[in-house]
Design a protein around this ligand. Structure first.
Ligand SMILES: [Zn+2]
Length: 246
């Protein structure tokens, strides 16, 4: 059974048709939550993609409220660019080159134009996640993950090499990562209605301002596994993104 409902929309510049997908929530087997708020369902990010780069003409456009008539659920009688050709700008995430390409796309969008705060928050949040993708699941480099039998030795070694290389790239781009995070934090503090869950304490933690992160987390009314884990990592002075549940 298909896990998605397809919808179709047109590039406002060249009128090419693109296929979009909505995940059917009831068919999600496995959701993974990371400390930076990124959620993966069956290994795919489900946050809707609002910035789109047309695979036909290269025009970038914003889809804020996908509604008819801009969007149709009926398959048009025309050639259609499948979801994979434009989703995350057609990038292949199986290596660090693809991950860096995603970082560079967001950086280019941010440089190219001036956005209202809501859009800038969206782009900076995705840029933050894209940087974190370079060393997300860093714990998998440990031998334990091979010994637990989650992966074969070959897969584990290959994955380990990619994670170590990703960590190097993360360090190399650390200044830009921090700059983006500081700007995102300033925007979110000015526009609290745009904040997602524990995003602000998480940003302080990733900025290595552990005391501020702890202070904010201790103010959170109801303690959850998420707040407890973030407190633990703040106490350890660990600033790396981590998996909360999965
Ligand atoms: Zn186009």
């Amino acid at each position: 059974m298909l896990k998605y409902d397809s919808f179709y929309f047109q590039c406002p510049h060249c009128q090419a048709w693109l296929e979009g997908r909505n995940l059917k929530a009831e068919l999600v087997n496995e959701a993974i939550l990371y400390s930076d708020g990124k959620v993966l369902n069956d290994n795919l990010i489900t946050t809707p993609q609002k910035m789109i780069l047309c695979p036909s003409c290269g025009h970038s456009f914003w889809v804020e409220h996908p509604e008819e008539p801009f969007i149709t659920y009926e398959k048009p009688e025309a050639e259609i660019y499948s979801w994979n050709t434009w989703r995350f700008f057609g990038i292949n995430f199986s290596d660090n080159k693809g991950k860096m390409a995603l970082v560079n796309h967001y950086k280019t969008f941010l440089k190219k134009s001036h956005y209202d705060p809501k859009k800038e928050i969206y782009l900076r949040r995705f840029l933050w996640w894209a940087y974190n993708d370079l060393h997300r699941n860093h714990q998998h480099i440990r031998l334990k993950y091979f010994l637990n039998g989650f992966m074969s030795y070959g897969v584990w070694r290959c994955n380990r090499r990619m994670l170590l290389e990703g960590e190097k790239l993360f360090i190399k781009n650390y200044k830009d990562f921090i700059e983006n995070l500081k700007r995102l934090l300033a925007l979110l503090e000015k526009h609290p209605e745009e904040q997602i869950d524990l995003e602000v304490p998480e940003i302080y933690r990733e900025l290595r301002q552990f005391d501020k992160a702890k202070e904010l987390l201790e103010k959170v009314g109801s303690r959850t596994h998420f707040t407890n884990e973030m407190l633990r990592h703040s106490k350890w002075k660990d600033a790396r993104v981590f998996m909360v549940t999965g």
